[in-house]
Design a binder for this molecule. Structure first.
Ligand code: HEM
Length: 423
């Protein structure tokens, strides 16, 4: 692996692929706003859609714009209140089953448990969930998810048994539920119908939506909670706690429970409140992955210092590399790294500060805005689930904080307590 450094950009040659990372704010702006004829989305994500989800490019991409538009419409902010109310009720049930009134659990496990089934239910419907069982679906999903990156590589899937088996289980579940009509009247059924995805591709498209909806939301909910619980962030925690309804009394009536859940949804949907700010700040600081595009022609990226970075469509590596990357040079933006850039987020960009103010530079970048920066991508292809995701993550945090008095324990404390208990 060799790295060439050009200040605000570098090219990484990895496993026969050449990937140019861009960090200069004007280059990031151009990356998200240039037309597809210059910087293209489709060939960059093709290895994922084709190899990982099994969606043949020539059949899936003609429907892609319609699918994006349909999902944006189905998850538009004004639809979220009604979508989130059943999610809140399902989350509360799971939380109670998992934790009861007290105890010690792994935060990541708790977040997975609270988020997975209610999200699947909200997007795919209760029939799908109960037919296949939330635990079996979660088991298959998290195995599929952990093999995701490797599955996009040229390594044959026959050598990736856990990934292949979990994918087959998820696809079989989608097929069985399609045949049984479980998706009628559910968001996913509407999405497939509105985007005119052909019947044989529907299970694979559903798999893509399932992955997109959960793979980033789980770590984002984990970090949103964990940051708030750190002792040095207690003032932010207090600000959030003040916005939450009082915990439900034991033996609350169903009307009281309904009212309580409705208030939690209202707090989660308040994009100007302290809870939304803490979620956005956690997402900014812990954005996973990279945003990818591909050079569709020879082009130039504007840099901060006024120079232009020349990008060639075909990379001039070895003969073999040209063959592999013949459709263009891969371009990448790293939200994780760029979100620590003081040119975008002001001084002490690496600090957790949900009250950070001066974001003028960020809001000037095409299609992105606010504290979360470009964790949700940007431009035409920005995440269609963003508003749903942010509200749902806020809901997890609100439920956890309003129901329990939480403290983080270190592994050493946990081991110490176990040892005492065993004595
Ligand atoms: C914290 C949670 C989430 C994060 C950080 C996130 C981030 C992203 C990013 C970076 C992209 C690529 C955008 C680009 O290349 O410009 C994307 C695409 C996508 N996201 Fe999200 N996402 C989240 C949650 C969700 C949820 C909850 C849903 C669905 C309900 C969803 C549905 C999608 C879909 C379907 C795409 C693919 C769009 C396409 O093919 O063009 N995401 N997301």
């Amino acid at each position: 692996m060799d790295i060439e450094v050009y200040g605000d950009a570098f090219t990484l040659k990895l496993a026969g692929r050449s990937m140019t990372f861009l960090f200069s704010p004007p280059a990031i702006q151009h990356f998200f706003s240039a037309p597809d004829a210059e910087i293209a989305f489709r060939p960059a994500i093709q290895p994922f859609t084709q190899r990982v989800f099994g969606l043949p490019s020539d059949r899936f991409f003609p429907k892609h714009s319609a699918m994006l538009a349909a999902l944006r419409g189905l998850l538009a902010p004004d639809s979220l209140r009604s979508r989130l109310q059943p999610v809140a009720a399902a989350m509360q049930k799971r939380l109670h089953a998992l934790w009861g009134d007290c105890g010690e659990v792994g935060l990541l496990e708790a977040v997975k448990e609270v988020l997975f089934a209610p999200t699947v239910q909200a997007l795919f419907g209760a029939e799908f969930c109960s037919r296949h069982g939330p635990a079996a679906l979660a088991d298959a999903f998290f195995k599929f998810e952990s093999g995701f990156e490797l599955a996009a590589s040229p390594l044959p899937h026959i050598l990736q048994r856990s990934f292949s088996a979990s994918r087959a289980r998820l696809l079989a579940s989608f097929r069985a539920s399609l045949a049984a009509g479980d998706f009628e009247g559910e968001l996913i059924g509407d999405l497939i119908r509105q985007s005119e995805i052909e019947a044989d591709l529907a299970p694979n498209a559903m798999l893509a939506v399932l992955w997109a909806a959960l793979s980033n939301s789980v770590p984002a909910a984990f970090w949103s909670t964990a940051f708030l619980l750190l002792p040095q962030h207690c003032s932010h925690l207090d600000a959030v706690l003040k916005t939450l309804p009082p915990a439900l009394p034991a033996g609350a009536t169903s009307a009281e429970t309904c009212e309580y859940l409705e208030s939690l949804v209202q707090v989660a949907l308040d994009r100007r409140g302290p809870l939304a700010a803490t979620v956005a700040e956690a997402v900014r600081l812990r954005s996973p992955g990279v945003d990818l595009r591909m050079a569709a022609c020879d082009t130039c990226m504007p840099m901060d210092d006024g120079r232009q970075l020349s990008i060639k469509k075909a990379c001039n590596l070895s003969q073999r590399c040209i063959r592999i990357t013949q459709s263009g040079q891969l371009l990448a933006v790293s939200p994780y790294e760029s979100h620590l850039d003081e040119r975008l987020f002001g001084s002490r960009a690496f600090d957790y500060n949900p009250c950070r103010g001066d974001l003028a530079a960020v809001t000037g970048v095409a299609g992105i805005g606010g504290v979360a920066g470009f964790a949700f991508g940007g431009g035409r292809y920005r995440c269609p689930g963003r508003f749903f995701a942010e509200a749902e993550i806020a809901l997890v945090v609100a439920l956890l904080l309003s129901r329990y008095s939480l403290t983080l324990s270190t592994r050493a404390q946990e081991t110490g307590r176990r040892a005492l208990a065993e004595e």
